[in-house]
Design a protein around this ligand. Structure first.
Ligand code: PHE
Length: 465
């Protein structure tokens, strides 16, 4: 991360760690397992992997090219590559809007993690409690709307504080230790999880696709999640790419980040479903899944309490590095555009996102029965929390990604590609352009058409339902 003055990442490791820090977060450990569970496992995982490869990696490359060739925030970058008046700037505005929405509910879930850090420090997950009792702890927390809002406030305040003071060197140093720590802990838990009885069913659930279970909605979710988990479609990678110097090769970087991110998600999935099938829990529990499963594992294993503390702290940290990158997109735009001070912008953005997040915080208690009339898009009427997540991840991010792909595929000049890619990378330009121009937009378009209940008479007329 960089503060208001423009700078460059010091090292390749620093860039990869920061980018991986943005990419790896709640998306991998919280969201991926829960949506995999909701959508029935293997076939969904295959869809998600296909979307990562065919759409995610090319769009990440496109964002890095936009960022590094201009050293600007998303909106300013497009001004340079297109023109000041260009309509393509909508990419920038949409990204800022999307980032704001994601920030608001991301902080709510991160607040739950804060509570779990507290619970694990107090030794709440122990062998005296059975899986059902542990699973009910989150329900108890969620019923307490005030506490959920307070925790959401605390997380948002920490994020705001860091983005405001730009203690980036501290964050970079901490992420250099805590991201690998999370990774090692996940590996350790994976090895343990593979020894418990439910692990075979878990592997089968995740890696044995049953395509008859795949619905158009699941495909849309897989696509949306590919964007969410790689931090794509709203300009975060444009911003990070803008701090990158020319010593680094973009294509291998995009592959490496996508690979690490995917590996972490799959490991988290295997761990969580091993617990689910060992303790006969529900795989389709939804957003509460990891909170009702992981602590059961901690309660069983030697030194489980210490591992629990370390695990939730690293997960909280992974969430923080992602939240920082989300907030930075909004903040850097207002600073660049209106020349307001970083302090003023950050506090305003943090506070506004906190207020919006209250709707998500209350979606699990006070207003859990309030369902928005968006059934025409999503099938079921969503709560505020679901609506924010689905609109942002499943519509706005893929739409942003589509525009970015088309923009870089058609509008960005050859000279830019020549400058941004090395000689060996340039051989791939025709393939990259083909994917950005046709493959990614077509895939996103088709998935939208089928996934978003777009059953307008014209589609019926065309034979598309
Ligand atoms: N990629 C992050 C995660 O998986 C979330 C995120 C989304 C971060 C969009 C930045 C932009 O948790």
């Amino acid at each position: 991360m960089k503060k208001n003055e423009r700078g460059l990442w010091a090292t390749k490791f620093g860039f990869i760690m920061a980018t991986v820090g943005s990419a790896i977060g709640l998306g991998n450990v919280w969201k991926f397992p829960y949506i995999t569970g909701v959508h029935g496992g293997g076939a969904f995982v295959v869809t998600y992997l296909v979307c990562i490869c065919l759409v995610g990696i090319p769009v990440m490359l496109a964002e890095l090219i936009i960022g590094r060739s201009t050293h600007q925030n998303p909106e300013g970058a497009i001004e340079i590559l297109a023109s000041k008046k260009s309509n393509w700037k909508i990419i920038g505005y949409m990204g800022i809007f999307t980032a704001f929405i994601i920030l608001s509910y991301y902080s709510v879930v991160s607040g739950w993690i804060l509570s779990y850090i507290g619970k694990s420090i107090l030794g709440k997950f122990n062998a005296n409690q059975d899986a059902a009792q542990i699973a009910s702890m989150l329900a108890t927390l969620l019923q307490n709307g005030t506490l959920v809002i307070v925790l959401h406030f605390v997380f948002m305040a920490i994020t705001t504080f860091i983005v405001m003071f730009g203690v980036h060197s501290g964050i970079e140093k901490a992420s250099n230790i805590l991201m690998p720590a999370l990774f090692i802990m996940l590996l350790g838990l994976l090895i343990y999880a593979l020894t418990i009885p439910g692990s075979l069913s878990a592997l089968e659930f995740i890696f044995k696709p049953d395509f008859s279970k795949l619905t158009p909605k699941a495909v849309l979710e897989g696509l949306g999640h590919a964007f969410f988990t790689l931090s794509l479609g709203m300009g975060a990678m444009i911003t990070y790419g803008s701090y990158l110097n020319h010593n680094q090769r973009l294509i291998p970087s995009a592959f490496l980040v996508a690979l690490l991110d995917t590996v972490v998600a799959l490991i988290a999935g295997v761990i969580i479903f091993s617990i689910v099938f060992t303790f006969n829990l529900e795989p389709d529990a939804g957003p509460t899944l990891i909170f009702s499963t992981l602590p059961s594992l901690f309660s069983q294993i030697p030194y489980g309490n210490i591992i629990a503390v370390l695990f939730f702290i690293s997960l909280g940290f992974a969430a923080l590095t992602s939240a920082i990158s989300i907030m930075e997109v909004v903040v850097s735009f207002f600073i660049d555009k209106f020349h307001w001070t970083r302090k003023k912008v950050t506090i305003s953005v943090g506070f506004a996102a906190f207020l919006l997040g209250i709707l998500s915080a209350l979606s699990f208690n006070v207003i859990s029965e309030v369902k928005l009339p968006l059934g025409f898009l999503f099938g079921e009427r969503p709560t505020f929390f679901d609506a924010f997540d689905k609109i942002a991840s499943n519509i706005l991010l893929p739409l942003g990604g589509l525009l970015i792909a088309v923009f870089v595929g058609f509008k960005v000049k050859k000279a830019v590609f020549d400058r941004e890619l090395t000689t060996s990378e340039k051989k791939l330009v025709p393939i990259i352009k083909f994917i950005l121009r046709f493959v990614a937009p077509a895939l996103i378009g088709i998935v939208f058409l089928y996934g978003l209940n777009l059953t307008h008479p014209i589609f019926e007329y065309l034979g598309i339902e």
